[in-house]
Design a binder for this molecule. Sequence first.
Ligand code: ADP
Ligand code: MG
Ligand code: MG
Length: 880
Amino acid sequence: MSEDRYIYDLSEGDASMRSLLGGKGANIAEMAKAGLPVPDLFTVTTTACVEAMNNNGEWPASLEGEVAEATKRLEERTGRKLGASEKPLLLSVRSGAVHSMPGMMDTVLNLGISDDSVKALAEESGNERFAWDSYRRFIQMYGEVVEGVPAHLYEDALSALKHERGVEEDTDLTAEDLKGLVATYKEISNEELGGEWTSDPHEQLNRAINAVFKSWGNPRAEVYRRAHNIPASLGTAVNIQQMVFGNMGDTSATGVCFTRNPSTGENAVYGEFLVNAQGEDVVAGIRTPRPLDEMKDVLPEAYQQLVDTMHAMELHYKDMQDMEFTVENGKLYMLQTRNGKRTAAAALKIASDQVKEGVITQEEALMRIEPGQLDQLLHPAIPPDHGKEVIAQGLPASPGAAVGGVCFDADTAAQLGGKGEAVVLVRYETTPDDIHGVIVAQGILTAHGGMTSHAAVVARGMGKPCVAGAQGIKIDTENKTLTIGERVIKEGEVITLDGSEGKVYGEALDLIPPQINEDFLNVVQWADGVRRLGVRANADNFEDASKARELGAEGIGLCRTEHMFMAQDRLPAVRKMILAETPEQRAAALEEILPMQQSDFEGVFTAMKGLPVTVRLLDPPLHEFLPNLTEQSLLVQRLELEGGNAEELGEARETLAQVKRLHELNPMLGTRGCRLAMLYPEIPDMQARAIIRAALAVKEREGETVGVEIMIPLVALEQEIETQRGIVVAAVEDELAKAGAQLDYTVGTMIELPRAALIADRIAQHADFFSFGTNDLTQTAIGISRDDAENGFLTQYVMDRVLERNPFETIDVEGVGQLVEIGVEKGRGAKPKLKVGVCGEHGGDPDSVAFFNKVGLDYVSCSPFRVPIARFAAAKAVLQ
Ligand code: ADP
Ligand code: MG
Ligand code: MG
């Protein structure tokens, strides 16, 4: 065989060939290599899919021939023939991308069954009913999945037949019934597809493979890829595998299992199975599966072999495995293994335990955990002893708590969720088609399905709370109601889910903030041993600063001072300052504000004593402290109409004039940051004094104080930083001299305008440190206003892939990132020891942290709750 082939047989693959064979194909080959019982197969590579995709769906020229040859080889190996009337070969056609991906085409089972082969199947199995049941399942699956026949046509025919026979369950239908159903199904297919329907298994196989290729591009797969940052260029492999039958009778079964508990991480086998069942019966939630434990009694030998296999595979992959198996007449077959999806808590526990067990190293544990999982643990939960009534009980399918308005379909959920509303998606059972609704929902509630149902698996992967298979709830999607006992809940009514307990509450509960357990702390401490970047927090009061310190912050990277100005009790003094007509008046007003600022700083400094704190001088435009222009105009109008109190009117008019004078068309690019301080040098003077007095007071009281770092915002010009530095240093020195004290302090600047980054070498002459304000830098580099953009075109841009990511969440490496790189390089070029950090939300975004690590920043700073994530992400950045 030449190396540019598109097909590999089972014996040719192994786990390292994942990108070519997909995760499923590579892992099945690996199991076969390890000597485990695996049905034989061949795999069509991802390359074939990619080439077809890039060529309008046209297959590579040699592929069809290769499929025919591989089929022949498989026929030889198994001693069976596709479509034959004796010893027929039946196949499953399974999509398998590099990353396990819900949203791809559903597996087609029993391909190869035909009017000829069905009889042979009946004879071989000695079970006619089984044979015809397999046939009708195949037509339905193939028709639906490959040919796009509407599912309900088959469902309706099945229901009608059951009704006619007066039976409840599919299993109550006889072989004769099913024979009739096959005929009906064929009619349905023929009618829907006209001449398109084919009963030739070889052609069906080609069409099924092609349908898998096409499913790579379907919308639900695309939505999933976008949510998980999976490149569209990878393509999917297709596995064509010999069927084994879990539905041959009472000594056959099918099931799924996890080598550890995927919810809690507990080291115990976990899973579900169904006797006499095939395919996705277990996960589809049609019959309620039994806990795996019970298989011990029903199929003891297969159970023992399964448990041994689970242990072996976990050690082989050094990670928790999620496996699928089928027992055919007492014989175990493994159908799939992969690293199992797990809750965040389970991920941490498993990693932590495996380090203790000596299976993996601390660094391997770090590599295995995703920053998003830590994030989930930082999610809210239901408070204990709340005394609220549980209105429905289901399975605790994915932990955490969610509060939101009920939504009955994914489109509505996506629409409301997209607007920022909290929604809970309520479905009978989710399917991959619901994925866009699941992504935006706070939580998922289903009426049906088990712990391994689609809803449960997807929710766990996304860290969303899910209650699955809730008993006694009725969902009416037509009238959009959820009925639980007497209670009828309409769309939009708020409920609360407790995914950890499987409970539903018919009202909004106050959730408690998340708990951080020992495994969590372990992992973050290991990260500290690896990371190079420092991690600070953004905080501007005692509580936040204390929280940040508790979560491991090594200082404050951004202490904003504007909140201090905006507090209600301070506004009168602040307004006096703004409205002052002379520097003296302004200074007097600032005298009033100074002690207030000082006491705020004392709070932050007390919480952070011994660590550095960067205080940013006043940043936003002054008019933000003044009444709104429209409101003030209306007030004046009203007072004029009323013709009452002249003094009141006079004051209102004067304020209006001031507001108008200070009004700016584009405040974001107006008189803010150091521009304000250039106009009113009294402001930075006062702030510098307040900072120093606070630092000295804390030193006096606590015996130690913080490393004072005073930061000048929105510098674009060398002259600005030079002047401002002068003002700050003079004030500081004056304060220190008056107090007869000594204190180390530094003065630095934000780099948040492109010009500042470009002339960073000159700015560095006057700065002891830089802190990149990547939010403003993003706004000014791309030329977009965040608030306007996120409410409008930016969302569209990301949907349409004009932009890959929201640049306010993850730094735009190509553009904004380049400015950061230039700033670092030029700044350090002029002043090698220049300390450089980043403040702003990017500091808590793992992908951005990786970039900041790469360009050599000294630290990142983020909101207190993201500190553990930043610590962790900084370690991963080193390991990657
Ligand atoms: P998914 O990626 O959605 O898990 P799979 O390809 O694993 O899809 O197939 C779904 C189910 O179909 C499996 O859980 C298994 O029960 C059944 N199945 C797949 N291949 C075979 C086979 N060769 N024999 C019997 N059952 C199979
Ligand atoms: Mg599937
Ligand atoms: Mg599977």
